[in-house]
Design a protein around this ligand. Sequence first.
Ligand code: FB9
Length: 293
Amino acid sequence: LTADLLINDAWKGKNFKPINLDSRGTVIEVGHLHPLLKIRSEFRKIFLEMGFEEMPTNNYVESSFWNFDALFQPQQHPARDAHDTFFISEPAVSTSFPEDYLKRVQKVHSEGAYGSQGYGYDWKIEEAQKNLLRTHTTAVSARMLYKLMQQGEFQPVRYFSIDRVFRNETLDATHLAEFHQVEGVIADYNLTLGDLIGTLYEFFKKLGITKLEFKPAYNPYTEPSMEIFCFHEGLGKWIEIGNSGMFRPEMLLPMGLPENVNVIAWGLSLERPTMIKYKLNNIRDLVGPKIDL
Ligand SMILES: COC[C@@H]1[C@H](c2ccc(C#Cc3ccccc3)cc2)[C@@H]2CN(C(=O)Nc3ccc(OC4CC4)cc3)C[C@@H](O)[C@@H](O)CN12
């Protein structure tokens, strides 16, 4: 039956086969959501359910100041080396920083402050000005905590972010030069390590993970720090599922946060849970060019 047959009633002389109401429509090849984006939506839903506000992470290029110095990460730390970090040649530097805050950061690194002896090195602004591809979304968490105190009186907040970070690492089956970091941050009065552990139990329970173990770890910007492990029933073994800690006073006090405010935070990647859920062994099956070698 066509439009022409309908126009001049020619259809009336034609024999049509009976309509088969049980037949299925033509299958139309449609698009699919990328697995990473599906898992990202799952994490976003969990954070929103827990009362977290999403941080603005749309700046892949960051200054060394916000990516490292603001986090009390010393300028000679190996992670700030070109072997681990992608530095940007154009624009090579950022030059506008909050003057008084920058001075407090310089002091806490070089001479020490707030009861901390600092690192005792000659802190250089040129090092802090170097632009890079952010190595963690914790740079955004630092910006948000500083901004919080610029808006007036401290108030408790819960922030989260899920976005790309870049590390100049050796590539292998499970590591690319970039991955998506998932990060949760809670700032409130008198938070303890118990609050961090309780929050982690609540967060991972929503992922169906209940058997957690914590191992002491080290991060330049958190003390204490803990690696997070879970017993994965499907894999039948303990696996590392993230890292966490309490931001150091040397990071928080220069921002102007009150002494009785603590900030707990944790991070994990988006790729690892996605690869496990979709039973992928090579990260290139998840991202990157489809090259059949
Ligand atoms: C250079 O590697 C960094 C990345 C990535 C990572 C590590 C640490 C942080 C962090 C942090 C942090 C700490 C303190 C304060 C703020 C942020 C973020 C991402 C994962 C972190 N990891 C990781 O995601 N593992 C993971 C997470 C979830 C998961 O779900 C399955 C259903 C059960 C499975 C696995 C652990 C390892 O994969 C690790 O080898 C690789 N890590």
